[in-house]
Each structure stands twice: as C-alpha cells, then as structure tokens.
Design a protein around this ligand. Structure first.
Ligand code: SF4
Length: 459
C-alpha cells in the first residue's frame, strides 16, 4: 500500500455506487491469494486489475495467476473468467513481455479510464457470446491495448488502431492520488502521502518522469490544503510526492502553512537547483532531518551530458547549508555503468575529500545509493547498450573502495536484479516463457540484446 496509484484506483472505484474494489496481495508461502476485504478467491471477481511500476513484479503477476484457477495465458481464458487488466508505468512504456497474459492493457493514466472500462464491462457482459467479442467491445476506449489482436506491433483485426495513444489525465485538480487507506505496517504507512505534481519538465535523458509522464502538472494549493485538512486528525505527517516537488511554485507557502498547522513533512527526492537556504530551513522547521538529492554523477561533464545541468559548487553549497541547519543525513541517488567512468571515479575521489571535511566538522552522515543505468523505452537513452556484468561489478568495487568511510554509507543495487529489470523493460513477447519458468539465466543474457523501438505506442 505504498503505491499512491493503488490508493487512487481503489478509492475511485469504491466511490462509484455501481462498483466495489477489494485488494489482493501475493501471500508468502504457497497459499492462494484472497482479497483482504472479503477473503474471496480471485476467480470470484469479475475483473482483476494489476498495476505495475517495477519490472521484477512481473514474476509475482505470474505467481498470483498460478495460484488461482485463472489461466496464465489470455487466449486460454473462457468467457466466464475474470477480465485481467494491466496498467502502470511499466506496461505503458513496454507492454510486450506480459502482453500474452493480460486481456486488456491500459497505456497511460487510469483516473478516467478505469471507470470507463468497468462501465463498458457492465454494459456488455450479459450480451456478448465469446471472449473475443467481450475484448473487442473495449477497443474504442482511449489508451486500451488488446494484445490478443496484435502481432508484432500490428493489429490483426480490422478497425483496431495502429497506434495506441497514451492516456493522459489532464484535469489534474479533479482527482488526487493520496493515502485513502491507513496501513501503518507498510513503508510510509504513518504518513499522509499526497501527489502534488506529476511529470517533470527537465527531461533528463534517462528519466521516465521527465520523458513519459508529461505534461508536467501541478495540483492547486487549495486542493492540496483541503485534502490535508480532511485527514488532519488521522495523520500528523504529510509526504509531498512528485518528481520535482522543489519546483512547485507554491512549495514554500505550503510548507509555512503545514508548519503553522503543526504537521510534520517529508518530501520526495529534491532537485539541487531548487534548494535555497529558506527552503531548507522550512523543511527543518517541518521536522525533516534528512533529504535526498539526485546528482546521479559527480563528474559535471557526465551529469550535464544526461541533461542534469547542476554544478558541484551548488551541490556542495546545499550540503553545507543542510548540515548547518541540522540535517542529520543526506542521501544521494547515483548512477553507474554509463559515461567515462574513469573520469567519474576521479571526480568521486575529489568529492569524497571535500565532503569528508564537512562530515567531520558537522558530525553528520551521508549515504550514497548507486544503481546501474537502466535504459527505459521512450527516453533519449532507450537504445543505450549496457556495459557487461563484469564491468558493472568492477565499477561497483571501485565505488565501494573510494567511498568507504566512517560517516559514509554506500548501498549498491543488485547488478543481477538491475540487469533483469533492463531485460524486462526492453524485451518483447518472447520473454514470457522465460518469466513463467523463472529462467533468470536466459533473461539476464537478453539484457544485452539491442533495443527495438516500440512503434505502436504513442507517448
Ligand atoms: S530533474 Fe529529476 S525528475 Fe526531472 S527529469 Fe531530471 S531526473 Fe527526472
């Protein structure tokens, strides 16, 4: 329940008088998944919806279906089977690895589409004579991809669109993603999460938020304040979500208001150029003790080359100001496996010397979180070919050697998992048998196959 998309769709469906939405999670062990609200099996529902924001969850989708009586392959389902609908950012930029699993895939955003899909289901379910007829009845809903009627990215049934246009929710103030179910045992469960911004105009070359979730939309401050006020008695901490929260024009006013209301605040990762002393001070007053910055690379040339035009001078300035203001931990998001890494390594060495002095003086800590560059479709780096696993391991070793220190924590994403993510994010339908069989060895090899643009989707 840490995904705001899940909160949003769950609320929208349940607010509609004609529908009811229950949650199903994959239980540990080999128990069949049942709904939290009614302990029903999946096959007792009309529609099973899955939102995917992380490629490695593809294995869990298969596992959920394996433990139910719903056939894994869409073409093997009878008319009476639940309709299996997929959505989420992973299926938007590349639906193909799971295309044969889903009856329908929503390309894009679900705010309006979800109710259109359910309404259509109600309209036709008693009159259609076959599964094919049922599926075809969804064809004219914007953003809907019916994989069964496409082959190699082309429609094989007359009347279906050659290009599926990504669905975009334009009326951003009309619906808001926020925590509508309190689940204290989950990550961020103690916080009222609210999306105040979607998409990012900065367009960094590797970034999904900057290239796919567009246009950039900002929630009005009135809507944000109203929703926070409604949940004021339940939560004492607010998490402001969005890829460029620091760039929201009213952010300082909102922080001042939250401080006056006695609320604590947490913010998503911050762009360095949006941070000044006043902003940092407000965050401290709102109870934040740590911040997350995403310089991605310490070498400025490499950082600039991926579209992030922020100087190290500004980065060090933000660091020192944050330490002065009493922040206890600064977290850096970093990328490796890209660019001239010898240059990056020597820049990291210089940077480490500089921050060591600050850390000693202010007695604080920093942590570095590294992840290999994972090229995503529809970003300018989509066709970037990763360096080998051996080279990634070597860079990982170098990074650990350089940054090792008393006040520095280094976390490096699993290279194996990152390569799997890479393979799944750019792969085609041929990957499905490997996903079903969990043939990770072959999947890992496919991380290095050249990227084939996905032409039937219009982002
Ligand atoms: S600033 Fe951050 S969110 Fe925006 S495009 Fe760049 S990496 Fe993405």
């Amino acid at each position: 329940m840490s995904s705001l998309a899940l909160h949003l769709l769950y609320r929208l469906i349940n607010e509609n008088p004609y529908f009811s939405c229950h949650r199903i999670f994959l239980p540990q062990g080999d128990l069949p998944p049942v709904s939290i609200e009614s302990l029903k099996n999946i096959d007792e529902y009309d529609v099973l919806g899955v939102s995917l924001s992380y490629e490695l969850d593809y294995f869990n989708v298969i596992e959920i279906l394996k433990r139910s009586s719903i056939p894994i392959l869409a073409k093997e389902r009878e008319l009476s089977c639940p309709l299996v609908v997929g959505g989420g950012i992973c299926l938007t930029y590349n639906p193909e690895p799971l295309a044969d699993v889903f009856d329908l895939i929503l390309i894009g955003e679900g705010e309006d589409a979800i109710i259109e899909i359910l309404n259509r289901y109600i309209e036709v379910k008693d009159s259609v004579k076959s599964r094919e007829e049922l599926l075809l009845s969804f064809a004219n809903i914007e953003g809907i991809y019916i994989p069964r009627f496409y082959s190699d990215g082309k429609p094989i049934v007359e009347g279906l669109p050659r290009k599926i246009k990504r669905r975009v929710f334009k009326d951003f103030d009309r619906e808001t993603a926020y925590s509508c179910v309190r689940s204290v045992d989950t990550v961020f469960g103690d916080m009222f999460l609210i999306e105040i911004e979607r998409g990012c105009p900065m367009g960094c070359k590797f970034c999904v938020a900057g290239n796919i979730y567009l246009p950039c939309r900002i929630k009005s401050i009135e809507v944000v304040k109203r929703l926070i006020s409604c949940y004021r008695d339940i939560y004492s901490k607010v998490g402001l979500m969005g890829p460029l929260v620091g760039g929201v024009p009213y952010i300082k006013d909102l922080l001042r208001w939250l401080i006056e209301e006695g609320m604590k605040v947490s913010v998503a990762s911050l762009r360095i150029s949006t941070l000044d002393e006043e902003f940092l001070e407000l965050l401290r007053l709102a109870g934040e003790t740590s911040i997350t910055l995403a310089p991605e690379f310490i070498n400025e040339d490499i950082r600039f080359s991926i579209g992030k035009r922020e100087s190290n001078e500004k980065l060090l300035d933000v660091l020192e100001t944050s330490f002065k203001l009493g922040f206890k931990n600064i977290k850096f998001y970093m990328i490796f496996g890209y660019g001239d890494y010898d240059l990056e390594i020597s820049s990291l060495k210089n940077f480490k010397e500089k921050i060591d002095k600050l850390l000693k003086y202010y007695k604080t800590n920093v942590s570095f979180n590294f992840q290999p560059l994972i090229p995503k479709p529809f970003t300018p780096l989509a066709s970037y070919n990763s360096i080998t696993r051996k080279e990634l391991e070597e860079q990982k070793r170098q990074v650990i050697d350089i940054l090792r220190g008393e006040r520095i924590k280094v976390t490096i994403a699993s290279i194996r998992e990152s390569l799997l993510e890479m393979a799944l994010s750019k792969g085609g339908r041929s990957l499905l048998p490997l996903i079903i069989d969990r043939d990770l060895k072959t999947l890992l090899r496919s991380a290095f196959t050249p990227f084939r643009p996905i032409e039937f989707i219009e982002i």
